[in-house]
Write a new protein. Structure first.
Ligand code: GLN
Length: 196
């Protein structure tokens, strides 16, 4: 069984564990960098990207997260997690982890619509997915090898760049586990390749 970690520094951590387990994998909360060695894939949850970044630095996670990515292990960033994975951020000189080839803008959907739900189509995942957006970012530009999976109001809200999956919304806040199923499959495929 694939083992998937949820970076447990800040944000919607516990909800992801239910979704992982409902998708047929084992879930565990990652509190210390050395725990990354035990998991086959990692979810970086939504929350506040600046707060998560501060804690990444405080607990010495940055190098280990980059190593996790360099080892080819799948990573899934939701909302703030997408901001942390992106290699380019609108209005910032430097990215955070900077491993996914997308340019992301924070808080994209306007103050009056801080949070909302929308029905979206996610390519290869679902054509009627109810997505919960909370002060959500969006992908402004996607690199050449990035597969755009979903748009809302002409803005990219989900994409895959090889081992990296990112979305603007919070899939863990509903009981629709299809996007998590998709990530679990990514993790299982990578794991079986590494054992082959
Ligand atoms: N607005 C948050 C940020 O910039 C992201 C919001 C979320 O994760 N729901 O980090």
């Amino acid at each position: 069984m694939a083992k998937i970690g949820v970076l447990g520094l800040q944000g919607a951590v516990r909800e992801h564990l239910w979704a992982i387990e409902a998708s047929g994998a084992e879930g565990t909360i990652i509190k210390r960098p050395e725990e990354l060695a035990d998991v086959d894939g990692l979810i970086i949850p939504g929350g506040e990207s600046t707060a998560i970044r501060r804690l990444i630095d405080k607990y010495g996670f940055m190098e280990e997260l980059k190593k996790f990515a360099a080892d080819g292990k799948p990573m899934f960033g939701t909302c703030a997690g997408l901001i942390l994975l992106a290699n380019d951020l609108v209005g910032y000189d430097a990215p955070h982890i900077g491993v996914m080839d997308v340019k992301v803008e924070r808080n994209s959907f306007g103050r009056q619509r801080e949070s909302f739900e929308a029905d979206i189509t996610i390519a290869g995942v679902a054509d009627n997915f109810s997505a919960v957006f909370i002060r959500a970012p969006h992908i402004v530009e996607a690199g050449e090898n990035v597969e755009v999976l979903a748009k809302h109001n002409d803005r990219i809200v989900a994409a895959r760049d090889g081992q990296f999956l990112g979305c603007s919304f919070h899939p863990e806040l509903t009981d629709d586990y299809r996007l998590m199923n998709y990530f679990v499959k990514m993790v299982e495929e990578t794991k079986s390749k590494n054992f082959a």
